[in-house]
Design a protein around this ligand. Sequence first.
Ligand SMILES: [Zn+2]
Length: 60
Amino acid sequence: MADEADKGNEIMAEDLERRIAAARGDIPPGIEGDCELCGEWFGRLIGGACAPCRDKYGLG
Ligand SMILES: [Zn+2]
């Protein structure tokens, strides 16, 4: 149970960081984490999506 709560906090912190960056108009070119589309871990996500998913879904 505690592990799940910890993971939830991590995800929230990451999401908050991204929102702050977006609000500042300063979106980092790539962050590492789990792709929001396929759920796989990638060292570089853009807009929360990995390169294969961006290709697949035409996200540029
Ligand atoms: Zn993906």
